[in-house]
Design a protein around this ligand. Structure first.
Ligand code: SF4
Length: 306
């Protein structure tokens, strides 16, 4: 059995920054620290913080007056910030700077009274947060080609698109082409808003798909970028599964396979990948592990004042 580790996987700079912000806030202020939504979409990370006094909430109303609250890496709408200030909460913003960049684009188009088409998954925290930066009457959320067909905007109107950061690069390119065909005056970012980490992890799956007869993704069920990695493997014709941790991996499905690709989403701690490797090695004692150079090692985002 051979395991090939994806070249780029695991924590991106935005996730590493968000986790470090919670760590520093805990060290500086002690528990409880409130976090609006999961700080990042990973069960292990969230459970570890919960055990150390971090309280995750989905409603600002659930944070007591004057308490300290951190906004997750996925970002928030201006209305949430205003409500938190009204409640006298001490706020710390862990929004990934690459999500903030999309917020600024959204605000710019909205201020110019341009209809904004947001390509993303309805209901995902990032999409909900970004939506709040656009005037409601100008906002259109699309997830697929059928949604584009249903758009009720005159073709001659100037419209702009923005995207969620963790989408499938290839699927999004198709959607943008469809938008361009329908709206000749379409404007937007140079290509899309998909971040470097999402792009690199999907590229690494393309590489693995040429080497492997099965791909395992470590990632939580609600992690957008992890799910896109599994889908990419399947699209390329390689059986691909996603597991939250090693205990979810049924090693029986590896019988008859000899070349396993292993990757992890941008919010997955390395120990979860190591535990999956150990479980495979316990069953298949001849397993070897091949690693590749990681081109992202030097990327880091500055921390806010805490
Ligand atoms: S996946 Fe991309 S946008 Fe999301 S936190 Fe990581 S770097 Fe930021």
């Amino acid at each position: 059995m051979q395991i090939f580790l994806a070249r780029t996987q695991g924590f991106c700079a935005g996730v590493a920054r968000a986790i470090e912000i919670v760590e520093r806030a805990l060290a500086a202020y002690g528990k409880p620290i409130y976090v609006f939504h999961e700080i990042v979409h990973n069960t292990s990370v969230v459970n570890d913080f919960k055990s150390r006094g971090v309280v995750f909430i989905n409603e600002i109303a659930d944070a007591p007056e004057n308490s300290r609250i951190i906004f997750s890496a996925h970002g928030i709408s201006p209305a949430i910030l205003a409500y938190a200030k009204k409640k006298n909460l001490h706020t710390i913003d862990a929004t990934c700077p690459l999500v903030t960049k999309v917020h600024l684009e959204a605000e710019k188009f909205s201020l110019e009274d341009i209809d904004v088409i947001l390509i993303g998954h309805k209901g995902h925290e990032e999409v909900v947060g970004t939506s709040g930066h656009v005037k409601p009457e100008l906002l259109h959320i699309v997830s697929n080609a059928a949604d584009i067909d249903k758009l009720d905007i005159a073709p001659h109107k100037k419209v702009a698109f923005i995207t969620q950061t963790t989408l499938s690069v290839d699927d999004t390119r198709e959607l943008i082409l469809k938008l361009r065909a329908r709206f000749p005056r379409l404007t937007g970012p140079l290509r899309d808003d998909i971040c470097y980490a999402t792009q690199n992890r999907q590229d690494a799956i393309k590489e693995l798909s040429k080497l492997c007869d099965m791909i395992i993704i470590a990632g939580s069920p609600n992690s957008s970028n992890s799910n896109r990695l599994r889908e990419k493997g399947e699209q390329l014709g390689v059986k691909s599964i996603i597991v939250d941790n090693a205990s979810q991996l049924d090693v029986n499905i590896l019988n008859g396979k000899t070349r396993i690709g292993l990757s992890s989403g941008a919010s997955v701690p390395r120990h979860l990948v190591d535990e999956i490797i150990a479980k495979i090695q316990n069953t298949f004692s001849d397993t070897t592990v091949t690693t590749f150079d990681n081109p992202e090692e030097t990327i880091a985002f500055p921390l806010p004042r805490i």
